[in-house]
Design a protein around this ligand. Structure first.
Ligand SMILES: NC(=O)C1=CN([C@@H]2O[C@H](COP(=O)(O)OP(=O)(O)OC[C@H]3O[C@@H](n4cnc5c(N)ncnc54)[C@H](OP(=O)(O)O)[C@@H]3O)[C@@H](O)[C@H]2O)C=CC1
Ligand SMILES: O=C(O)CCC(=O)C(=O)O
Length: 416
């Protein structure tokens, strides 16, 4: 039976629960977001008509610091999905040791059908709708699926108009000109690549010469593909919603990136390669599979058929709970989303710190800090997995995250 992202997230928590010293009341609270909001967003379209979009923001937990998490524009956005994504942000920030809680927002829309001016009006409406929830000390949005630095600039501008001065630290992932940080655009893909290297080291394998398949060629997937190819691996397959491409000796990632920059999608990618379906990409005989699209890519059926030696989750929630159980039984390690894709929020944290200090760091400083934090988190997860005999790496990551959030609740005395 298909499960929703929220059901998957809650089941992942339950699997870790017995390994964590947590009061029942605290655990029960952590199964519910602290606050959610649904907003109606009337937007004037370019033809003069008005369409009312639906937006959401879910704030999951703030015991460790302000809520943090991206804004997604996608037709499948729902309250269930943003609640799950907000929960995953909470565990992600905790597992990599950031002083943040977790949130997520989204608007139900198809951005490919909206013009730039329509997207700007939609973003302003959404920001107005959630402006009492967000703020530099309360909840700090960032980019996610189909949103980018320009979207964040509009959020920052709209929020700032209510405060009579610029408030850059209300969002991260901004353009450099508006207080964005060096390295944020590449940060998630860079973190995925570092995690893939860490996983190969842990498994005593060499990334150089390894075959890697990547599903999703957006901000995260395309950047990861470039870095992974730079490390000497063969990126043998890539895909987006329009379909996939395969070459046993590795694809030309620079050419694919240039093609997407020009055409907006991979469709029509020229070159000497085979076209494949997304499902075929997920079951290729590769050394590593990197799902970098959206949730639920790896279903139980895919988990039974996949021939990857290791899976590194660049997307949030790409593996269903039932699929993870099958992969665990098949001894296929999965480096979970809350660790593998944390590079983005790590560098968002660095952006927020720089904005708060009105100071900026070099790209080298940012990249070094990212590498240190994500590698330390990887080592901690592997240590818990090895020492506490958790069923899989995901459970180990949840054990660390849940314990840190539970300890924060205890120390703050939020529960008698
Ligand atoms: N941006 C960030 O910093 C972070 C993102 N993430 C997660 O990474 C994932 C990707 O995000 P991001 O790269 O920013 O998003 P983008 O919107 O930039 O890219 C998403 C990519 O996935 C593709 N895609 C969507 N659905 C499918 C599908 N069913 N099959 C194959 N490809 C598909 C899209 O194709 P098309 O363009 O053709 O629609 C696009 O190439 C998401 O799960 C996101 O939550 C996690 C941490 C941080
Ligand atoms: O950069 C951030 O603050 C959050 C990015 C995000 O939405 C995610 O990690 O899923």
């Amino acid at each position: 039976m298909a499960s929703s992202p929220l059901e998957n997230m809650l089941a992942q928590m339950d699997r870790a629960r017995d390994h964590v010293d947590i009061k029942p009341g605290v655990y029960e609270r952590l199964k519910h977001p602290e606050r959610t909001q649904k907003v109606a967003l009337p937007v004037e379209l370019d033809d003069g008509s008005v369409e009312v979009f639906t937006g959401y923001r879910a704030q999951f937990d703030s015991a460790r610091g302000p809520y943090k998490g991206g804004i997604r524009y996608h037709p499948a956005v729902s309250m269930d999905e943003v609640e799950a994504l907000a929960g995953w942000m909470t565990w992600k920030c905790a597992v990599v040791g950031l002083p943040f809680g977790g949130a997520k927002g989204g608007v139900v829309c198809n951005p490919s059908e909206l013009s730039r001016t329509e997207l700007r009006r939609l973003t302003r409406r959404y920001t107005q709708g959630v402006r009492r929830m967000i703020g530099p000390q309360t909840d700090i949005p960032a980019p996610d699926v189909n949103t980018d630095p320009q979207t964040m600039a509009w959020v920052m501008d709209t929020y700032s108009t209510y405060h009579d001065h610029a408030v850059p630290e209300v969002v991260t992932g901004k353009p450099l000109e508006l207080g964005g940080t060096e390295g944020r655009v590449d940060a998630t893909g860079r973190g995925v690549t570092i995690t893939l290297e860490n996983a190969f080291d842990y498994l005593d394998q060499d990334l150089r010469g390894a075959d890697v398949a990547i599903q999703g060629f957006g901000n995260v997937g395309s950047v990861a593909a470039g870095f992974i190819a730079d490390r000497g691996a063969n990126v043998v397959a890539i895909s987006d919603i329009t379909g996939g491409y395969y070459h046993p000796d590795g694809l030309d990632i620079d050419a694919a990136t240039a093609h997407v920059a020009e055409h907006g999608q991979l469709a029509g990618l020229p070159g000497d390669h085979e076209e494949i379906e997304n499902r075929d990409l997920l079951t290729l005989d590769v050394d590593a599979l990197v799902p970098a699209a959206i949730e639920d890519a790896i279903t139980p059926e895919i988990a039974r058929d996949t021939r990857a030696d290791v899976i590194v989750e660049a997307a949030n929630g790409p593996t269903t709970f039932a699929a993870q159980t099958i992969l665990t039984d098949r001894d296929i390690p999965v480096v979970p989303d809350i660790l593998a894709n944390a590079g983005g929020v790590i560098v968002s944290y660095l952006e927020w710190v720089q904005n708060s200090q009105q100071y900026s760091w070099t790209l080298d400083e940012v990249n070094r800090d990212l590498e240190d934090r994500i590698t330390t988190a990887f080592d901690n997860v592997v240590r818990v997995y090895d020492q506490q005999n958790t069923p899989d790496l995901r459970t180990a990551a949840y054990v660390i995250a849940l314990q840190r959030v539970a300890d924060a609740h205890d120390l703050r005395g939020l529960f008698p």
